[in-house]
Design a protein around this ligand. Sequence first.
Ligand code: AMP
Length: 122
Amino acid sequence: MAKTYDPNNIFARILRGEIPCKKVMETEHALAFHDINPQAPTHILVIPKGPYVDMDDFTAKASEAEIAGLFRAVGEVARQAGAVEPGYRILSNCGADAHQEVPHLHIHVFAGRDLGRMLAKA
Ligand code: AMP
């Protein structure tokens, strides 16, 4: 079942300029800003400007230009943060099992320390 986009979610409000963010980069299709509760020395969120709930919604509905624009922005953010050589991790939570909190697609970019292995074993 298709998910309905909530135009009043917090990232939609950031995109409209209604609440502030610590902007890192902005392009035609993407906005990157620092996470308010960083989990690593570098913790940046990269979001599409279009109204997409999550990765499922985005990959089903977004244009090629929007998809390319978002992923180019992720790579550029990591380069600008100087994270390529020591390494970085990207992560996007989709839906309930992944504990997605904000219903606007966002890609986390973590860097600046040893990030450990992927997931804790259940
Ligand atoms: P997720 O659990 O993947 O949905 O992650 C949501 C992320 O958004 C969390 O890491 C929050 O710290 C972050 N967050 C929530 N509100 C804001 C905000 N106003 N500005 C920046 N980051 C935020």
